[in-house]
Ligand binder design. Structure first.
Ligand code: GDP
Ligand code: MG
Length: 663
């Protein structure tokens, strides 16, 4: 049995999915998080599969998620739909439900957030609602795990007995006449293609060109359709889309009047308004956001994270020393000994120490996200983003980009409009991803020990400034025109759940650790090999004679004008393409005991190097994601652009810096 889990954004779909399947998908008080469909098996009913689809507001096909959901429902024919409805926002949520019912697939409504309804002393007459809608309605609270068992039982029954919605007809008057005439007109086409007739008819009246194409209407039929629609429009004096929307909202309003008894004083809502009067204040909003972010970075880099990192680093070097002497004791061959200590331990060890920092930052960020603050920042940013030709919607991918560009690029699918989406994908890599943190950490500790946090924050800000400038350029050149309007609902502020925060943090940590032991591990081995052997495959003690030194030296001149034309930096930058942390693990392997970063860099060239790593082309995983989302041509264009910008910025930083300090 296959169930499709469908609902508006932020209605609790993923929370319910996790409860049902015991999986750990990322939940957030942030519309637009689930972009791809996810599948799982219901814990208590092993032959029932459930598919979590992205959140949508309607089945019209304007965004790629709507298309995805619609295609899934029509082509794969799930046994039943579980439509999750946010009970605190029932009027808006039912709009999608009505469209889903038209598909004539067995369906139940999971009325979620009932805990919040009752804590507001509101009341919903479930029995009456079931009767008026003609499908089962089950009150649940996904986050409190209430009512879930009964929901599964009812959903399984509905699917097994193939109970279709009792009612498909919500229309009256002129709309009714139009939909029914069209339904008769296209019945044979819809039937032949196995598309629900009622759904097809409504979509046609609404003016869905996809549907017209897929039904293969003849010219004659198209003409009749147009006559029917024009007649309806004339009589109602509205356009076709508005006519259908009005019809649905009228119906919803009627049922809600009979079944939903709202306490006017919604506590969460009132509280949200109060909080918003400060946090999204016209002038204060952005300073507050910057303040909050600075505090987070200060705490992570300056206090908690760095203290924990130091502790971990000390332990790692202890373990290294112990292993080193143990290996000497057992008299292992010098080559293998060096491979383990100078290759693996130096490479992987240099990265692992940064785990606490990553955990710390993501702990704070998920707190902000889960509470509902981040989506408000997206709104505040809308105006600013609009100036560079984007909208507040692009804020989500950019924010995720501070974690990792790959999910950020994927999440850009929620953005309406091809132009906005491509532009967002091209700018997202300028947001400094967490893999670059170890680089900043090591360099700032070596060169800017007294203002570590300031230098790190300045890098983040440089990334954002470059993104803004690039946006302005793109808007004037490649992507002329304006962004699609930004409409997104603001969820109430909620107390973040510890479970979901821990899960988010764990996701990041797991990702980081697994990269350390896979990509970094292999990269360290290769680097160790290339720097320990010369072209005649003899092990050399003088690494400047090694294979790597020769390759690195060939590229190094490109970086000479930027102040770091040594072979070690060039090699590090190249290995950094596998994953950015590899820049540091490479230095870890290359420098060994008797050399340090200060032999290769001055503080100024170190800063230029940091700017370059911040901006240059993203790692291969992001490149693959870019290629998938916008094709090879755009992906190549954007990495060329990014690398060129990186070079220029590092060049200016280094040379202007030299003029100023007179070096
Ligand atoms: P999705 O966007 O539909 O996948 O929604 P999520 O599962 O990510 O949940 C959105 C927000 O609603 C999160 O902050 C959840 O903690 C919260 N939430 C989910 N279910 C409930 C519930 O039953 N009661 C309350 N009060 N909050 C819930
Ligand atoms: Mg979700």
């Amino acid at each position: 049995m296959i169930f499709a889990l469908i609902g508006n954004q932020n209605s609790g779909k993923t929370t319910l999915f996790n409860q049902l399947t015991g999986s750990n998908q990322h939940v957030g008080n942030f519309p637009g998080l689930t972009v791809e469909k996810k599948e799982g098996t219901i814990r208590k009913n092993k032959d029932a599969h459930i598919v979590d689809l992205p959140g949508i507001y309607s089945l019209s096909a304007y965004t790629s998620e709507e298309m995805l959901t619609r295609d899934f429902l029509i082509n794969e024919k799930p046994d039943a739909i579980i439509n999750i409805v946010d009970a605190t926002n029932i009027e808006r949520n039912l709009y999608l439900s009505l469209q889903l019912m038209e598909l004539n697939i067995p369906m139940v409504i999971a009325l979620n957030m009932m805990d919040s309804v009752s804590s507001n002393e509101s009341y919903i007459d479930i029995t009456k609602l079931e009767q008026l809608l003609g499908i089962p309605v089950l009150p649940i609270s996904a986050s409190k795990n209430q009512g879930i068992d009964y929901l599964i039982q009812k959903a399984v029954e509905t699917a097994r007995d193939n109970v279709r919605p009792k009612k498909l007809d919500f229309c009256e008057g002129y709309v009714h006449r139009a939909i029914h005439s069209v339904a008769h007109l296209i019945e044979d086409h819809a039937c032949a293609l196995n598309i629900p007739n009622r759904f097809a008819a409504t979509r046609l009246v609404e003016g869905d060109s996809h549907m017209e194409v897929s039904l293969k209407l003849s010219d004659n039929e198209k003409e009749i359709l147009n006559h029917i629609v024009t007649e309806m429009e004339d009589e109602l004096a509205t356009d076709r889309e508005a006519a259908i929307a009005d019809m649905r909202y009228d119906f919803i309003e009627k049922i809600c009047k009979k079944t939903v008894f709202k306490n006017k004083e919604n506590k969460e809502h009132l509280r949200s308004i109060k909080i918003d009067s400060i946090l999204t204040h016209k002038y204060l909003a952005i300073p507050i956001f910057l303040l909050i972010m600075s505090v987070i970075f200060m705490l992570s880099f300056g206090v908690i994270g760095s203290a924990l990192s130091k502790l971990l680093n000390i332990s790692i070097s202890k373990i290294t020393i112990i292993t080193d002497s143990a290996l000497t004791d057992i008299g292992l061959s010098p080559a293998i000994h060096s491979l383990i200590i100078d290759g693996i331990f130096a490479g992987v060890g240099s990265i692992l120490g940064f785990l606490p920092l990553i955990v710390c930052i993501f702990f704070f960020l998920s707190l902000l996200e889960d509470s509902g603050y981040m989506v408000r920042v997206a709104f505040v940013m809308d105006n600013l983003l609009r100036k560079i030709g984007l909208s507040g919607r692009s804020f989500v991918p950019m924010l995720i980009g501070f974690g990792c560009s790959v999910p950020a690029i994927l999440s850009s699918r929620t953005i309406l409009g091809d132009r906005d989406r491509k532009m967002t994908i091209m700018l997202t890599p300028f947001m400094s991803c967490s893999a670059k943190l170890p680089i900043y950490g090591v360099f700032t500790a070596a060169f800017f020990a007294y203002n570590q946090a300031v230098v790190m924050i300045s890098l983040y800000i440089i990334g954002m400034i470059i993104a803004v400038l690039s946006g302005l350029i793109l808007k004037k050149t490649l992507f002329k025109g304006d962004s699609v309007p930004f409409i997104m609902e603001l969820p109430s502020y909620r107390l973040p759940s510890i479970r979901s925060i821990l899960m988010h943090v764990w996701d990041r940590a797991k990702d980081f650790i697994s990269r350390a032991f896979t990509v970094i591990f292999i990269a360290s081995l290769i680097i160790w090999y290339l720097q320990s052997f010369d072209f005649r495959f003899n092990m050399t003690s003088d690494s400047s004679q090694s294979i790597l030194a020769h390759i690195g030296s060939a590229i190094a001149p490109i970086f000479s004008p930027l102040g770091f034309g040594n072979w070690q930096s060039s090699t590090a930058l190249i290995t950094g393409l596998s994953t950015k942390e590899a820049v540091i693990s490479t230095f870890g392997v290359l420098l060994g005991g008797n050399m340090s970063l200060s032999d290769l860099f001055t503080p100024l060239s170190a800063f230029a190097f940091l700017c370059f790593t911040l901006l240059y082309m993203p790692c291969v995983a992001s490149l693959a994601a870019m290629k998938r989302e916008m094709g090879m041509k755009y992906a190549l264009a954007s990495i060329t652009y990014q690398t060129a910008v990186a070079w220029l910025v590092a060049f200016f930083v280094y040379n202007i810096g030299r003029l100023i300090i007179g070096g």
